[in-house]
Design a protein around this ligand. Sequence first.
Ligand code: MN
Ligand code: MN
Length: 455
Amino acid sequence: MKKEELIYEKQTVYKKGTKAICDAAFAYAEGYKTYLDEGKTEREALKISIAMAEAKGFREYKLGDKINVGDKLYYNNRGKNLFVFSIGTEPITEGIRITAAHIDAPRIDLKQCPLYEDGGMGFFKTHYYGGIRKYQWVATPLALHGVIVTKRGEVIDVNIGEDDSDPVFYINDLLPHLAQEQSKLPMSEGIKGEQLNILIGSMPDGEDDSIKLNILRILNEKYGITEDDFLSSELCVVPASKARDIGFDRSMIGAYGHDDRVCAYPALTALLEAKDSKHTLMCILADKEETGSDGPVGMQSELMLDIINEIAFNLGANPAVVRANSKCLSADVSAAYDPNFPDVFEKRNTPLLACGAVFTKFTGSHGKSGTNDANAEFIGWLRGVLSNDDVIWQAGELGKVDCGGGGTVAKYISKHNIDTIDLGVPVLSMHAPYEVIAKVDLYETYRACLAFYKY
Ligand code: MN
Ligand code: MN
């Protein structure tokens, strides 16, 4: 046997793949950048995902509708969680090929009574969403996205700060001259949750000398709302940045919210491209992963079972058999090895940038606690599937043992007797307002999903 066959070594897509693959990766990344810019919240990502599905002939499904072989359907769960699925020609008892990614991302949400003024400035009070490092969100331009629902049921979409002519928002930080005491604090305490107040104005109302009143007048003029309408709003503060190429060679993309749209986009586009798969396919885009997958739009909801049950019953099958034969890729990101912080990574088992899609057998922390831990048999099967199309992939783990850890939706799917493994894209600066990925890793994740749906 040749040495290369005997030894397993991670290699970059540039070395292992063809030039055509690398060129295709760069072209594919253009559509992804648009997806990022137009979908900064789960609501917006869902909207653009539905538009993509409808353009490929998928139509809306409601629970209770008839389901037939050949149907291409999507289920919109409360505008935040999407199921896109197509019914294949093989018996449904062969199972469903499922991919599950999440379309929420760490950010800063407004509180329900957010508006106040202090020190000659108007502010919004906030409560952050997901695992952010608070010091990263100060002194940088921010945009406001979300909905306000009036008591008449009217839904008002808000999106300010993305257009170049829009104003942006801001969180104040301390000047270094006066930060002597703050600079001594641990990084997790330098900026506290209640200091993440959004600067939104400084001009008083003509009659009343109130900045708060002036802001309310502006909001009333623009949206027809009054202060109590914030009570039934979901307003999110996100970085006002756009997705951009990074590096002289343009090989990477910097953007807000790669985690986990960098997996949602390939999982969805691969399903929409998977023309004549005989398998029944499903792509789930979930909300609330960053806060524990709770609630009706998170992966712990019973909805996935309801939809699988409906598919099984409509096609005359036992749903338990359908689930037992289903397979799932939990499409989520992993942390790429970062030479600036080598101490937290174990280089042999950490995903390397540009070495392809990452399979994470187990997540969790402190002795694999809270993990799905995919079966070796399932991984063996997947290796065979991916090798059919020469997909370039690597095995990876999130950082060193004892350094921390994290979880994904994998365990909420596998508990329903569905073989599941985490697959995704390695990310630099995960959960930062601007994260980085390599275009070739995005593309190999897309090709991995294509092969998974196909074979
Ligand atoms: Mn994630
Ligand atoms: Mn995350």
